[in-house]
Design a protein around this ligand. Structure first.
Ligand code: ADP
Length: 813
């Protein structure tokens, strides 16, 4: 399953990587294509610029043409300058054109155009010079001097007729001149002379005309040349332009082809890439679906296996519960009868046999108890309490219970509890005691000589959290290295003679380890064979703010005071509880201390009683109908008349810290089910009374207090070893349980989980006090609002009915 998950992840990752690589390649390819395309686009604009350049050259040529015409006509120097600058511009543009067409050879065309331009300039200059010459030639004075040279008596009045062949300006010159001659020299000119004069003038004029015609021809020739030049120039330019255009068109076609190819190639590659990606995705999808289906199948198989294992566990649990119960009752009978026989007259042999029977029975009982503990721990049904206790007292108690008063070994027992650890802490003292008992009894078992040191230390982790570290060190036989590795496993024993001698189930340390883990702690072992062993366990605990060293037992023993004759005489206690059994229990404890008792079933009733009666102490439950314990304390503390009255909270709730209760005004809080001695101790402390602890009842035979379904030792203790008082408590419980059961059945039918929770909470403390474990588990489920199945509820009904009927027959008769 795990590897399937891993392979799915690997496949998904590979798929993503391949798709990402392909996508990267596609982007890279398209990027390169875009760059190529932009280069083509760039050359396109360059070509456009060149075409623009050619057309500009053509326009400039036209302009220069116009300028040249004006220049020819006017001969103006400014026009010449303009013309020259235009020609220069054309040349520079030609140059630029040549440079931009690096791949096309334009040199010839450009050169020929330049040459033509130069030629044109030359022609133009010549033409301008000719025109200048024409303008500067004075035909009038030329003709006059010619005529004077020929004959000074020139005279003819019929000018129109005579000079009709002449050009107007020649005629004009001649007429002016003749008029002049006629006025000044009329006397001297004769007709004969006039004729020769006319002839001379004619000749002069003919010469002039000839010269003039020659000049005209020259001008025409120059103009023709200029025109020709322009024509060639234009042709050259046209051919250049068309060549460029042709090349440009070819280039465009080429570019379009390249671009089209590029586009085709790109789209082909994109389609190909898309197909490949699609195929890869398809491949991975098919593969991953296959994997998921496989892992789904594994999951189903695993779930089935888990269900099977759970059912096996459940049957094992049932089996364990059955054999432990079935074994326990005959064993108690065996042990009871053994006790009875032992009290009769017996010979030594018989006594020996009976001792062996008792030892074996005790061994079986221990084994059964261990197995039961182990199965509870495995099933997670071992409950953890949070109670206040002093580690030093706990260690001392345990040592006293385990180590026999009369020691047959030379073993020195030492208890070293640091000052820091000698405070009130909160954890589960019963479980810690169980752990300690296992370790100390092992140490005692495996140490023949030397010492056993039990030390405790409280280490601070944070302001709130502490670690209680307890070490049990002995100088016994020690444990081999190989054994140390498996020492905390079930049924692990070193096969030494000492173990055989002392017996043992091989379950002690396995239970110890699991109990430590249940308390979220840890345990380690350090040992050297032949030298001794040290077991160290540490458990997180809460150090209580009101740290208080418990009084030493010995001290108490020094001042034995009969509790019934305490200074409580005349003192009144108000007990508030909605559960009759619990109410009766607390009532008995208080009564045994000598208090006069008043009771109330809820806070409201309590307030009514407080108004009329003066009480010395109030003991109240918390969760009650109408007005609960929290509201009650508020009422009490806010009322001037009884605001200083000591109030102890008795609650089954483990979810609220003790500090919350004290902050609200309670003097103390005890967790239900509480031990009568704890309550007495608390009352005595708050009221500053002297208190004497009572020992466990030994006067009533055990089998009367214990049965398969219950253990009434605590209640017997509550009642101050008064059987009648115990019966009253039981009757009160039966009454309350009967009505609670009816309500519970209705609530279960109506599926009113909240009501069921409240009822379970009400019933639990008393049942815990009676150690009615079979019904407690289901009630705890109801209390925590967990779902209770029909068979579970039916089992619970059957068991509680059994309990109630056996209580009725065994106790109340
Ligand atoms: P048992 O009920 O047999 O004592 P445990 O689980 O408590 O089972 O102990 C398992 C084995 O670990 C013992 O049989 C013994 O071999 C070894 N062991 C435990 N405690 C000690 C010790 N303090 N010194 C030497 N050996 C020990």
């Amino acid at each position: 399953m795990f590897s399937a998950k891993r392979s799915i992840t690997a496949k998904v990752v590979t798929g993503y990587v391949i798709v990402a690589i392909l996508a990267g390649l596609a982007v890279w390819y398209v990027y390169n294509q875009v760059i190529d395309y932009s280069e083509i686009a760039q050359s396109n604009t360059e070509n456009n610029q060149q075409l623009i350049l050619v057309s500009e050259i053509s326009t400039n040529l036209n302009e220069s043409e116009n300028t040249s015409r004006r220049l020819i006509q006017t001969g103006d120097q400014d026009e010449l300058k303009l013309y020259n600058s235009q020609i220069d511009t054309i040349k520079s543009k030609l140059n630029k054109l040549e440079q931009t067409y690096q791949n096309i050879d334009l040199e010839n065309e450009a050169d020929s155009i330049t040459k033509l331009l130069d030629q044109k300039t030359e022609n133009l200059k010549e033409l301008v010079a000719l025109r200048d010459t024409d303008r500067n030639t004075n035909y009038y004075s030329k003709a006059l001097s010619e005529l004077r040279n020929i004959d000074a008596s020139f005279k003819d009045y019929n000018y129109e007729n005579r000079f009709r062949n002449l050009r107007p300006y020649q005629k004009d010159v001649l007429v002016k001149w003749l008029e002049y001659s006629r006025e000044d020299n009329a006397e001297r000119i004769t007709t004969q002379r006039l004729d020769s004069l006319v002839k001379s003038v004619k000749r002069v004029l003919t010469d002039l005309e000839f010269a003039n015609r020659q000049f005209q021809n020259e001008v025409i020739q120059k103009e023709n040349e200029l025109l020709n030049n322009d024509l060639i120039l234009n042709q050259q330019l046209q051919s250049l332009l068309s060549e460029l255009e042709l090349k440009e068109r070819e280039n465009s076609v080429e570019r379009a082809e390249v671009f089209q190819n590029m586009l085709n190639k790109t789209s082909n590659i994109i389609i190909l890439g898309g197909c490949i990606i699609l195929l890869i995705i398809l491949y991975f999808i098919i593969n991953i679906i296959g994997d998921i289906t496989r892992s789904q199948r594994y999951r189903i198989q695993l779930e089935e296996a888990k269900e099977f294992a759970e059912s096996l566990l459940a049957s094992r649990e049932q089996f364990m519960a059955a054999i432990t119960h079935d074994l326990r009752s005959p064993l108690t009978t065996v042990m009871g009868y053994t006790d009875l026989i032992q009290k009769t007259d017996l010979n030594e042999k018989q006594k020996h046999y009976l001792t062996q029977i008792k030892k074996s029975s005790e061994f079986i009982l221990r084994l059964v108890n261990d197995l039961l503990d182990l199965s509870k721990l495995e099933a997670g049904k071992m409950l953890v309490e949070k109670l206040s206790f002093n580690p030093k007292t706990l260690i001392k108690d345990t040592v006293n219970n385990i180590i026999p008063a009369v020691k047959k070994k030379e073993v020195n027992i030492e208890i070293k509890v640091s000052e820091k650890a000698n405070v009130q802490i909160q954890s589960d003292p019963f479980r810690i005691k169980q752990i300690l008992a296992n370790l100390i009894s092992n140490a005692w078992k495996f140490t023949e000589k030397g010492s056993i040191i039990i030390s405790a230390e409280l280490r601070e982790i944070s302001a709130e959290n502490h670690l209680l570290e307890i070490r049990v060190k002995d100088s016994g036989i020690g444990i081999s290295k190989e054994m140390q590795a498996s020492i905390f496993e079930e049924f692990s024993q070193e096969n030494s003679s000492i173990e055989k001698r002392f017996g043992g189930s091989g379950l002690g340390l396995a239970i110890t380890k699991r109990l430590t883990e249940l308390l979220e702690g840890e345990i380690i072992v350090k040992s050297e064979q032949g030298k001794g062993s040290e077991f160290i366990f540490s458990i997180p605990v809460v150090k209580l703010s009101e740290t208080r060293e418990e009084p030493e037992r010995e001290e108490k023993a020094e001042v034995p005071i009969d509790e019934k004759n305490l200074m409580t005489s005349g003192m009144r206690a108000l007990i508030v509880d909605d559960e009759p059994g619990q109410l009766s229990l607390t009532e008995e404890v208080a009564r045994s201390m000598g208090f006069e008792i008043e009771t109330a079933e809820n806070g409201k009733e309590a307030i009514e009683k407080l108004k009329t009666i003066d009480f010395d102490i109030v003991l109240t439950d918390i969760q009650m109908p109408i007005l609960d314990g929290f509201q009650l304390i508020k009422e009490i503390r806010n009322n001037e008349a009884h605001k200083d009255i000591p109030v102890i909270a008795l609650s089954g709730r483990t979810d609220i810290k003790k500090s919350v209760y004290t902050q609200l005004g309670f003097n103390n809080k005890l967790l239900k089910p509480y031990k009568p001695n704890d309550l007495k101790q608390n009352i005595a402390q708050i009221l500053d009374l002297k208190y004497k602890e009572t020992e466990a009842a030994e006067d009533v035979p055990n089998d009367k207090l214990k049965s398969e379904n219950y253990d009434l030792s605590d209640i017997y203790e509550f009642s101050g070893h008064d059987e009648e008082a115990m019966q009253t408590i039981i009757q009160a419980f039966l009454k309350g349980a009967d009505s609670s059961m009816k309500e519970l059945e209705v609530a279960y039918k109506e599926k009113d989980i909240d009501k069921m929770g409240k009822l379970a909470h009400r019933m639990l403390p008393m049942l815990r006090q009676m150690k009615a474990n079979e019904v407690i588990a289901v009630l705890v489920k109801m209390e925590t609002r967990d779902e209770v199945s029909k068979p579970e509820f039916a089992y619970f009904q059957r068991k509680i009915n059994e309990l109630m009927s056996s209580l009725e027959t065994d106790i109340t008769v």
